[in-house]
Ligand binder design. Structure first.
Ligand code: HEM
Length: 501
């Protein structure tokens, strides 16, 4: 493992160039909508992107009544006439797009009813070029949206507008959401790769979420660079690349944004829980998620502080834990959604178990070989910024309802490396059928239930029991269906002007 390269910047100082979504989910701005746009008139579209006010991290120093954020797809950059050489500098998965090839769709689990050809948006003629995210205080979104759409004029057509609803911090199944987030090391205080990383930590290098800064390998994440000798606009508009002469960094202060519209079958979820646990379906539902409805963890808190777990008591009571003391999954099943989504592993698969334990692990004689299969968390973190849509039903309403209007999550996450972060979590951890030594199961919450090519099932869920055989729920139906998705780039403010060039 490489130690931190101190010549690579770790601290993010250009706060007026970083879009505010990296800093905040804008909780008090409870109204939001995501406009998916396609270029209609290139000149007008470029002009709008060049002048629109995009809220930056620095703007958050004062209270914002409304916030506007902009991201582009690779198809959007092509439609705007961005130099193809510049587009090719972005990561391969971004350039190809989320629905870009069948192998990627298979890896993401987007097969059968989740396949892109069934999506409402994100595919072929319905692939967006730009994403404009609008946030406003209660009652203020309609006017703000009208103003923005008016200012866009003939530049873009609105492909669709993803509406959101305020579920007071809950997702449609009824669980508190947004409870665990990585803390970003904005000031570059931590040196990644030190002995402290043998244990799980939650303070993550800025370069995992913002391009142009030190990542968890102590290096710069691969990013698009423009040769200044051949491109005068780049020299005028973009920051210099930290690691190359006469080169300009069109990625710096930007990040990749993954958006997936995930529709949730809320009545189906609660009916399934009730059928499997008629006396009380709530503990089973909590085992599936891996947290209680109110967001508290299923495993006990630990006394030792975890770096990056908040100073405030609220974060500490919800996040000061790992699964090290629950290796068999007796308190939180190994296959539960949150345990898959973030196994809270340090670089030492079993956590720090003393010098002898470390030595044995280093030499490959770990006591629990299953634990070895789960990669360290710090390389696979996601900054989640999604919003819910639809109406929040009570559990009783959900159990009684047959037909219900669509509800779900506009799942949105930010990461500097789509393949190592979002795609890894989705493929290896959530859809993975060998995760933690399990068989016959994938994520019980979001799994697509499609059998493997070998015919092996993925629709079971096991809950280990002390001293006995695990309880298993078989033939889980799907609870989540993908309705649309795309890979976007959320550029720095200067890079947005450049890319719109
Ligand atoms: C409709 C689909 C989904 C639902 C209902 C859902 C629900 C939840 C809930 C209730 C939590 C616990 C509260 C929290 O920590 O915020 C959670 C945590 C999390 N989810 Fe999901 N989720 C969904 C899809 C996804 C997807 C697609 C991913 C990633 C590819 C993901 C990644 C995570 C992560 C990283 C955590 C935090 C884990 C931790 O750090 O402890 N989720 N989710």
């Amino acid at each position: 493992m490489a130690g931190a390269d101190l010549t690579v910047p770790g601290d993010v100082t250009e706060r007026d160039d970083v879009q505010a979504l990296l800093r905040s989910g804008f909780g008090p701005l409870t109204e939001a909508c995501f406009l998916l746009l396609r270029v209609a008139d290139v000149v007008a579209a470029r002009a709008w992107l060049a002048r629109v006010h995009v809220t930056s991290m620095a703007d958050l120093d004062t209270k914002q009544e409304t916030v506007l954020q902009v991201a582009l797809t690779a198809a959007g950059m092509r439609a705007l006439g961005t130099d193809p050489k510049v587009i090719d500098g972005f990561s391969a998965e971004f350039v190809a797009g989320m629905a870009g090839d069948a192998a990627r769709s298979r890896r993401l689990g987007d097969v059968g009813p989740d396949a892109p050809e069934h999506w409402d948006w994100g595919w072929a003629e319905r692939e967006p070029h730009a994403l404009v995210m609008l946030y406003a205080q209660p009652g203020a979104l309609a006017v703000f949206r009208e103003e923005v759409v008016g200012s866009i004029g003939a530049g873009f057509d609105v492909l669709t507008s993803l509406e959101t609803s305020d579920m007071k911090g809950h997702e449609p199944f009824g669980f508190l959401d947004g409870v665990s987030q990585p803390s970003i090391d904005w000031n570059g205080e931590r040196a990644p790769g030190s002995a402290a990383d043998l244990d799980y930590g939650n303070l993550i290098a800025a370069g995992e979420f913002v391009l142009g800064y030190r990542n968890e390998y102590g290096r710069l994440t691969e990013r698009p660079i423009v040769d200044g000798a051949q491109d005068e606009r780049a020299a005028a508009l973009l920051p210099r690349a930290a690691d190359r002469p006469n080169a300009y960094d069109s990625g710096r202060n930007g990040t990749y944004l993954v958006l997936r519209q995930l529709e949730q079958d809320v009545p189906g979820f609660w009916r399934t829980m009730s059928a499997a646990a008629p006396a009380n379906p709530i503990p089973l539902a909590e085992a599936v998620v891996g947290r209680r409805l109110d967001g508290s963890p299923l495993v006990p808190l630990q006394p030792q502080r975890i770096p990056g777990v908040g100073e405030d008591a609220g974060d500490r009571v919800r996040n000061q834990f790992t699964y090290t003391r629950d290796p068999q999954g007796l308190a939180c099943p190994i296959g539960a959604h949150v345990r898959r989504a973030n196994p809270r592993n340090g670089d030492m698969a079993e956590g720090r178990t003393g010098l002898v334990g470390q030595l044995l692990c280093t030499l490959g004689f770990a006591a629990d070989t299953d634990a070895d299969r789960i990669a360290p968390s710090r390389f696979h973190r996601l900054l989640r910024r999604g919003r819910e849509y639809g109406r929040l039903l009570s559990i009783r309403e959900a159990q009684a309802s047959v037909e219900h209007p669509p509800a779900g999550i506009h799942f949105l996450c930010l990461n500097a490396n789509i393949s190592r972060q979002f795609e890894f979590v989705q493929n290896a951890w959530l859809q993975g059928t060998t995760f933690g030594g399990l068989t016959g199961e994938a994520d019980p919450l979001t799994g697509n239930r499609a059998p493997l090519m070998t015919g092996a099932a993925t629709d079971e869920f096991s809950m280990p029991q002390g001293g006995g055989v695990a309880k298993r729920v078989a033939a889980l139906p799907r609870f989540v269906t993908v309705r649309g998705g795309g890979y976007f780039f959320l550029p720095g403010v200067r890079a947005l002007r450049y890319l719109a060039g």
